[in-house]
Design a binder for this molecule. Structure first.
Ligand code: SF4
Ligand code: SF4
Length: 172
């Protein structure tokens, strides 16, 4: 069976990774939580099996993978990641290949909920501790930046529009 493929923002740059869903699923089924000390190495080693991680970028990969696994873990726990969702395509590319979605800075976010109230696409959720998180990044509308403008503490980061130049319309 072909491995899954999707894009992540790593150190501010889009990077395509093979086999991420399979890795996350295996770690989850093994019972590894995002707070266990060995998770960092397990994620990096797992990703290395199907991808190349440049040495100077290891810390950026590690941060992005930890965040992503945390997201996956929360979704699985609430039963959402069990049914694989079809996120559709954009300009002919599978939506999961376009790294366009908000990232919340934990240091700046005050959990006011303005982004959650504004976005009609169910990208954000509030967890059981009242914390706002990006639950469904690939439901975000490519090119939209609305939530960023309502976030008073400027906790929401969005990619720059120039990123979209990397995705010219695909010939059908
Ligand atoms: S609008 Fe900004 S500060 Fe408020 S919950 Fe969303 S990210 Fe956090
Ligand atoms: S950029 Fe637009 S679609 Fe995406 S999360 Fe923000 S408000 Fe929702």
């Amino acid at each position: 069976m072909a491995l899954s493929y999707r894009m992540l923002q790593i150190g501010g740059q889009p990077a395509g990774l093979l086999g991420l869903e399979e890795l996350f699923s295996a770690l989850y089924e093994e019972g590894l939580t995002p707070t266990q000390p060995e998770i960092k190495e397990r994620l990096l080693n797992g990703v290395r099996q199907n991808n190349f991680i440049p040495k100077p970028a290891v810390q950026d990969y590690s941060n992005a993978l930890m965040l992503e696994y945390q997201r996956y873990y929360q979704r699985r726990r609430t039963g959402k990641a069990i049914v694989a969702r079809n996120y559709g395509t954009w300009r002919g590319y599978p939506r999961e290949q376009i790294p366009w979605f908000p990232t919340i800075s934990d240091d700046l976010c005050n959990n006011c909920g303005a982004c959650l109230d504004l976005c009609a696409r169910e990208v954000f959720e509030r967890d059981e501790n009242g914390k706002i998180w990006v639950a469904e990044p690939f439901l975000c509308m490519v090119g939209c930046c609305f939530c960023k403008s309502v976030c008073e503490p400027k906790a929401i980061l969005m990619p720059g529009q120039e990123l979209l130049k990397n995705y010219p319309e695909k010939m059908r």
